[in-house]
Ligand binder design. Structure first.
Ligand code: NDP
Length: 466
């Protein structure tokens, strides 16, 4: 028992990126910490999200690389792809990472509770595996989110989500994917690269709402050119199973698509169902997310929440950052609010997107005049390979202060470059600093410091040339 008579100083519900970081840091400070996880330690990111996704992205890029090799003098023999081998190797790597997560928790001194945990009151948590109730002075809700199952769609039970996509028995010959966000776009490229016939169905005008329009246009064009069918301003209204084991997706616009798999990628929902929040005085918002204040505190005095369960920004580094702030605030007496401004992000499409800060559209509402520096070019590698794919780079600059308020890239390694552009935007660097920075030659990123004249300006929300 702790001094307050509780079993633990902190009980964390959810062993994903945010929960694990909070548990480890708090345990390392000498507190009695337990962390409950119903599935696998590591959470969505490690087990069925970012990490396995990136491994699949790598796998899906080899086909183009084999083709490109010819321009560099290589003759690549006949190649073939083995989905089962990829999945087995990926699973082995995920097992390894999961063990590291568990080991790190244990070596920090946290107790691992392998059970679903639900709130019974503000200080009591029931472990469903053993039906035991444990008590904690403070509780942290970090149970993450789950793929929206689109319950209202007739035939939704025939569909897969990203969860199942990582464990399919065989590579689908054809797949229809619903959605136009991160997951739909990334998986469309993965399956296409591995050899599936892919159709993306998206209700909006162009994919990746919220990203800079230039990137959206250029990526949609590049994906279409590769052979991914993108059907916009349409949606799936029914999915039916066929006698041959395949599926039929009926679209609102009247088209009927036959496919081996139909995948839903229409957003993720906070994991608050049956968590017992109402018993503990933890209020939810209209979307079922846990309501929190600027310090991640819920409406219950001793309960905090972070990561996807709060539906702020659904990204792993955000959950980890929120966890660090939580520990500072609650266990180190240094109240720290998560800083969710200027978060760099990547979409691992092919070509890749890397972006940070404001889009041109957002910045044009905020600033009276913008300078837009924009370039497109053929990456050097594509000269000999002959691949007809261009890189796009764009800097959005507030003309008055000269500050670079947004940076957007479509092209190889865009995510890697965006991480460092994140430092520049966060550091409020001006375009003059970019201009003074020596180019590193020959790289693609050197274009970011050699665009001396604006491509165009945006004044009072309207584009003016020169
Ligand atoms: P997103 O929110 O990115 O996209 C959801 C998509 O589904 C949108 O295009 C949305 O359309 C569409 N949609 C929503 N509801 C419906 C509906 N009822 N019918 C048809 N279409 C619908 O969600 P994802 O599932 O792609 O990803 C979840 C989150 O995970 C992301 O927001 C991101 O934060 C994170 N993630 C990050 C990755 C990364 O960092 N690389 C990779 C994968 C996920 P509309 O635009 O019209 O609303």
């Amino acid at each position: 028992m702790t001094s307050g008579g509780f079993d633990f100083d902190l009980l964390v519900i959810g062993g994903g990126s945010g929960g694990v970081r909070a548990a480890r840091r708090t345990a390392a400070l000498g507190h009695r910490v337990a962390i409950a996880e119903e599935y696998r330690f590591g959470g969505t990111c490690v087990i069925r999200g970012c990490v396995p996704k990136k491994l699949l992205v790598y796998a899906s890029q080899f086909g183009e690389q084999f083709e490109d090799a010819a321009g560099f003098g290589w003759t690549v023999g006949e190649s073939s792809f083995d989905w089962a081998q990829l999945i087995a190797n990926k699973d082995r790597e995920i097992d390894r990472l999961e063990q590291i997560y568990s080991r790190n928790l244990e070596s920090a001194g946290a107790e691992l509770l392998k059970s679903r945990a639900v709130l019974e009151s503000a200080h009591e948590v029931r472990l469903l595996e053993t039906d035991k109730v444990v008590t904690a002075e403070r509780i942290l809700l970090a149970a993450g989110g789950r793929a929206n199952p689109f319950a209202g769609l007739p035939g939704a039970e025939h569909c897969i989500t990203s969860n199942e996509a990582f464990h399919l028995k065989r590579l689908p010959g054809s797949i229809v994917i619903l959605g136009g966000g991160y997951i739909a776009v990334e998986f469309a490229n993965i399956f296409h690269g591995l050899g599936s016939d892919v159709t993306l169905v998206y209700r909006g005008k162009k994919i990746l709402g919220g990203f800079d329009d230039d990137l959206r246009d250029a990526l949609q064009e590049a994906m279409t050119k590769k052979g991914i069918r993108i059907l916009c301003e349409d949606t799936i209204v029914e999915v039916a199973g066929k006698a041959d084991g395949r599926f039929q997706a009926k679209l609102k616009g009247g088209a009927v698509l036959d496919a081996d798999e139909v995948m839903l990628a229409i957003g993720r929902q906070p994991n608050t169902l049956d968590l017992g929040c109402e018993k503990a005085g933890v209020e939810l918002d209209e979307k079922g997310a846990v309501k929190v204040d600027a310090f991640s505190k819920t409406t219950a005095d001793n309960i905090w929440a972070l990561g996807d369960i709060t539906n702020r920004i659904q990204l792993t580094p955000v959950a980890i950052h929120e966890a660090m702030c939580f520990v500072e605030t609650v266990f180190r007496d240094r109240p720290t609010q998560p800083d969710l401004e200027d978060i760099p992000t990547a979409v691992f499409s092919q070509p890749e997107i890397g972006t940070v800060g404001m889009t041109e559209a957002e910045a044009s509402k905020e600033f009276a005049e913008l300078e837009i520096y924009r370039t497109t070019f053929r990456p050097m590698r594509n000269t000999l390979s002959g691949r007809d794919e261009r890189t796009l780079m764009k800097l959005v600059v507030d003309a008055a202060s000269r500050r670079v308020v947004g940076a957007h890239i479509l092209g190889p390694d865009a995510g890697e470059v965006a991480q460092i552009l994140g430092v520049c935007v966060k550091g409020r660097l001006t375009k003059d600093v970019f201009d003074r920075t020596m180019a590193l030659h020959p790289t693609a990123a050197e274009e970011l410091v050699t665009m001396y004249e604006p491509s165009y300006r945006v004044r009072d929300g309207k584009r003016v040339d020169g």
